[in-house]
Ligand binder design. Structure first.
Ligand code: AMP
Length: 281
């Protein structure tokens, strides 16, 4: 396994691999890897000749009051996990390699960034779309792997690739959870004991919604009210939002129908966790 820090070297490597007829699978991450990331990596290794993982805590997707500075950075352990999983290259650029002092270009996927997390994190998805587009130009993958855990991000990337005719096949991989249902996240390490215990409420609330819908309930407001009620029973949980939206355009649904996405964000102290579930009716 090689660690590449320079954009030029990464491009040279990818060009050579593509010239020799090899396929490249790509898994963009911010590091602090866990089994969720490894599930993406495993899919890539299975479906491609070469797997590239990027580890880059992207400054332009964090708001001024968010956790950019404190985001966990554990490169040695990440490199060990990547090596064990069969990754061929870790692309590990410095922020100044990705954004020079004269950087000017951003990508915005209109409308889709207005709802869900986008409503609370202005500029976040612009930062995500921009870095992913840059990484695609650097790594030149045939396939790229994203988690359903970040459902809005996945939808926005699919739309960007479609709109800009990027020659990359996007694969969305299901959410990997702890035994008790908590979705794996690099931010889970911030939780203290009681917060960790309470954090199962995200998945419990989503399961409650799913069962209400299965039993015939269709008004979003009613479903959200019951989810709120459940979350309020956990002392350390502070709800940011619950939304029930259409899976394609991410617009809120008053009446639940078709393919819906139920998503929520909950704070435990300063730690913000997200989760979601898809329902069809
Ligand atoms: P991050 O390092 O948090 O930017 O995540 C990198 C990729 O891993 C994203 O596509 C995430 O959606 C995905 N991911 C993060 N957590 C999980 C999880 N629990 N299950 C599946 N994919 C995940």
């Amino acid at each position: 396994m090689r660690v590449v820090k320079s954009i030029g070297q990464m491009q040279e490597f990818s060009k050579a691999a593509l010239r020799s007829g090899k396929t490249i699978g790509f898994v963009p991450t911010m590091g602090a890897l866990h089994d969720g990331h490894l599930s993406l990596i495993r899919s890539s290794c299975k479906e491609n000749d070469i797997t590239v993982v990027s580890i880059f805590v992207n400054p332009i997707q964090f708001g001024p009051k968010e956790d950019f500075r404190n985001y966990p950075r554990v490169f040695k352990n990440d490199a060990y996990l990547c090596g064990k999983a069969g990754v061929d290259i870790i692309f590990y650029p410095a922020a100044k390699e990705m954004y020079g002092p004269d950087y000017r270009t951003y990508i915005e996927v209109m409308q889709l960034d207005r709802f869900l997390c986008g409503a609370f994190r202005p500029g976040h998805f612009r930062g995500v779309a921009t870095v992913v587009a840059k990484l695609f130009n650097i790594v030149m993958p045939d396939r790229a792997y994203f988690g359903q855990k970040d459902a809005q991000q996945a939808r926005i990337i699919v739309k960007m690739v479609e709109d800009l005719n990027m020659p990359v096949d996007i694969r969305i991989i299901s959410i990997v959870r702890e035994k008790d249902g908590l979705a794996l996240s690099s931010r889970n390490i911030y939780l203290n004991e009681s917060q960790r215990r309470d954090a199962v409420v995200l998945f419990q609330a989503l399961k409650l919604a799913k069962s209400l819908i299965k039993s015939g309930k269709r008004d979003s407001a009613g479903v959200v009210r019951q989810m709120r009620g459940l979350i309020s029973t956990k002392k350390t949980a502070s709800l940011q939002y619950i939304s029930i939206v259409d899976q394609r355009d991410l617009k809120p649904l008053k009446t639940i129908k078709g393919k819906a996405l139920i998503a929520l964000a909950v704070f435990f102290g300063k730690t913000r966790l997200i989760d979601n579930i898809c329902v069809t009716c």
